[in-house]
Design a protein around this ligand. Structure first.
Ligand code: DMJ
Length: 451
């Protein structure tokens, strides 16, 4: 389907300096969320993902069974926006229908960040014990993947019913993106097994870093043998670094802080790639630091915000501004670009939140208007090009005019960018912005204020 045709058009960009315009933007985001939710409610209720062009649906992370992924991802966003009837409706669905005892295989990483995290953030919002119990049930089904490995690194896939494992060849993100969710659960249940498993996996990966301090991006979880030579801050390593910092931020774990600092020092030494005024982080050989290619994945655009959180704000700002230039060129970001000239190497757009995530994190730290402007541009371009008949859609090509949409809306859309947009414009009393902790999936595990 061609985007733009039939979609609501934005006629002017609101200056974000002006309080009234910020309020209008926040209201607009909230009303888009409510509109998308109503479509989901009407056409795909309880399904994992709505197909935004046809109104059909598709399952994820199970192949042929739905777990209500979208509604679980959406819950804390609805709550923050004060869409309380919608929030309650979602919680009621979970209580009446959600059952993880399914003979099917899921990604351990995706299931934890989206479903365990979504249930925990909803529990943080309303305190309902059933949500915590469901999160525990699910985490119990994921835990054997950690325990099966002599080095504590989980397999990539597990069967929710039988515990059968698959995918010993894994990577930093799928090894180390567990500690906030599992740590939160351990605290809430008074049971340290979850946090300890997540921590062991983080440390086990860290101990395998090269002499120059870098991690490659593929490893055998049973032997600890590296299966690649490529070090990257993009996928499939990205959130490993994020969760080193988060282990410190959310749980006060000093080992995580020390590991974050060690990894960051190595990255800042070997991976920066300066071109004109731009700052990228190159993909390099993990033992020699030799550059491997010039591709920059959009998923890596979160990294500037993380650097700012971790105490390197100037470098972080330079990287986020570089990605903001890519946004200026394309409107909606392509999945990857060439660092030499910003040419799109992969022209699709999977409704990604990372640049808005980074800008939001910068704004929480220094309050500069430029971050709100980047987020506003991100939102308006998405509204212009990704809005389809029943919701928001991926783009098949960000360089065509008009853009071409694909019939897919990822679950993280409900949990991530809609939340960042709203929070940066709304100044809602439901959130303590100084305490706010957001997981890699945008789930709030600290800082919600009940009215
Ligand atoms: C999200 O599921 C999470 O942010 C994850 O860490 C990687 N990126 C996707 C969204 O692009």
């Amino acid at each position: 389907m061609l985007a733009g045709a039939g979609a609501a058009t934005i006629t002017a960009k609101a200056p974000v300096r002006n309080k009234h315009n910020r309020r209008a933007l926040a209201e607009d985001v909230r009303s888009e969320m409510r509109w998308a939710w109503r479509n989901y409610r009407e056409h795909a209720w309880g399904k994992d993902q709505i197909r935004p062009i046809s109104g059909g649906n598709e399952s994820f992370p199970l192949k042929n069974h739905h777990l209500g992924l979208t509604l679980i991802e959406a819950l804390d966003t609805l709550w923050i926006m004060g869409l309380d009837d919608e929030f309650r409706d979602g919680v009621e669905w979970i209580k009446a229908n959600l059952d993880f005892d399914v003979d099917g295989e899921v990604s351990v990483f995706e299931t934890s960040i989206r479903l365990v995290g979504g249930l925990l953030s909803a529990h943080h919002a309303c305190g309902d014990p059933v949500l915590l119990a469901k999160a525990k049930d699910l985490a119990d089904r994921l835990l054997p993947s950690f325990n099966a490995s002599p080095i504590g690194i989980p397999h990539r896939f597990i069967n929710l019913k039988t515990g059968a494992l698959r995918g010993p060849e894994t990577n930093p993100a799928e090894t180390g993106t567990f500690i906030p969710e599992f740590g939160f659960l351990s605290r809430a249940r008074g049971d340290d097994r979850y946090r300890a498993a997540a921590k062991r996996a983080l440390v086990s990966m860290f101990e395998r870093r090269s002499k120059i301090g870098l991690l490659a991006d593929s490893i055998d979880c049973m032997t600890g043998e590296w299966k690649s030579r490529r070090a990257t801050i993009g996928p499939p390593s990205d959130s490993y670094y994020e969760y080193l910092w988060d282990g410190w931020d959310l749980l006060g774990d000093r080992d995580c802080l020390a590991m974050y600092r060690t990894c960051t020092a190595a990255i800042l030494k070997h991976q920066p790639l300066r071109r004109g005024g731009d700052l990228w982080f190159g993909n390099v050989d993990f033992e020699t630091g030799k550059p491997l290619d010039t591709e920059q994945d959009e998923l890596g655009s979160f990294y500037g915000g993380l650097l700012a959180q971790g105490g390197n704000p100037a470098v972080g700002r330079a990287h986020t501004r570089t990605w903001a230039k890519v946004q200026k060129r394309y409107g909606v970001l392509p999945e990857s670009v060439d660092s030499r000239d910003m040419a799109a190497l992969s022209k699709t757009n999977d409704l990604r939140p990372e640049l808005a995530d980074a800008a939001f994190n910068h704004w929480l730290i220094d309050g500069r208007e430029e971050w709100r402007e980047i987020v506003r541009d991100h939102y308006l371009a998405m509204k212009r090009w990704n809005r389809a008949r029943y919701g928001y859609a991926d783009l098949a090509d960000v360089t065509s005019n008009p853009r071409i949409q694909s019939d897919h809306c990822p679950g993280y859309w409900w949990s991530e960018q809609m939340k960042y947009y709203y929070l940066i414009f709304a100044n809602t009393p439901r959130v303590d912005y100084r305490k706010l902790y957001l997981s890699t999936e945008g789930n709030v595990l600290r800082g919600l204020r009940r009215p």
